[in-house]
Write a protein that binds this ligand. Structure first.
Ligand SMILES: Cc1cc2nc3c(=O)[nH]c(=O)nc-3n(C[C@H](O)[C@H](O)[C@H](O)COP(=O)(O)O)c2cc1C
Length: 189
């Protein structure tokens, strides 16, 4: 069976983005369990506003190639004004390039959704929006989503997640992504 390729996208352009840390943490667990991983973090997602029909510039083409290659995806967004950030939404709009592919959008892929915000309302709304977008893209949100209230400063230390419950969630999400990706690979073999 081929090594599953797990793509992480998201975070903000803020140095030390907490959302990026969590997505990277999920990828690290996936990598430890034998997956291949790649992260497109905040600055990699600074792309021209998506425009239907316009030729992709090199940065957008790189992201689209990663979307096409992915066996599983982790998407992380901070909550901005009650929903996902424009940066992450714009990056996801580039999935439109996959609309006429044999595998349309994220069809059949497990998608782990991660949301952080400075309060529970923003975090949970943002997680819910990411899961709805995943459905719109024909993906399968993992049973476990991660919503974090980053007003709790004890979650992170020295640029790492240190909270035991969050660490466990990251590991569990990575397991769910890998298991689903491998089941899909078996079905297609
Ligand atoms: C433009 C902007 C809008 C925000 N809106 C909300 C919000 O509506 N609700 C909330 O709880 N936090 C809000 N926040 C706080 C961020 O969601 C929170 O600090 C998040 O963890 C930042 O993620 P990052 O560390 O990855 O940049 C906002 C932050 C910014 C910069």
């Amino acid at each position: 069976m081929a090594t599953p390729y797990v793509l992480g996208i998201g975070g903000s352009t803020r140095l030390g983005s907490s959302t990026e840390l969590v997505v990277r943490g999920v990828l690290a667990h996936a990598s430890d369990s034998g997956c291949q991983t790649e992260m497109f973090a905040g600055p990699d997602l600074v792309l021209a506003p998506y425009e239907p029909g316009r030729e992709l510039d090199p940065a957008a083409a790189k992201l689209v190639a990663a979307f096409r290659r992915a066996d599983a995806i982790v998407i992380g967004s901070p909550g901005y004004h009650g929903s996902i950030s424009g940066l992450v939404k714009n990056a996801l709009d580039y999935t439109e390039a996959l609309r006429t592919d044999e595998r349309v959008y994220f069809d059949g892929l497990a998608v782990g959704c991660v949301a952080t915000a400075f309060g529970w309302q923003g975090a949970v709304n943002t997680l819910s929006t990411l899961r709805q977008i995943t459905h719109a893209l024909r993906g399968w949100p993992t049973p476990l989503g991660i919503a974090l209230n980053t007003s709790d400063k004890s979650l992170f230390e020295g640029g790492q997640v240190v909270d035991a419950a969050v660490l466990e969630s990251m590991s569990m999400m990575a397991d769910q992504l890998k298991t689903f990706a491998q089941r899909r690979q078996l079905q297609q073999a």
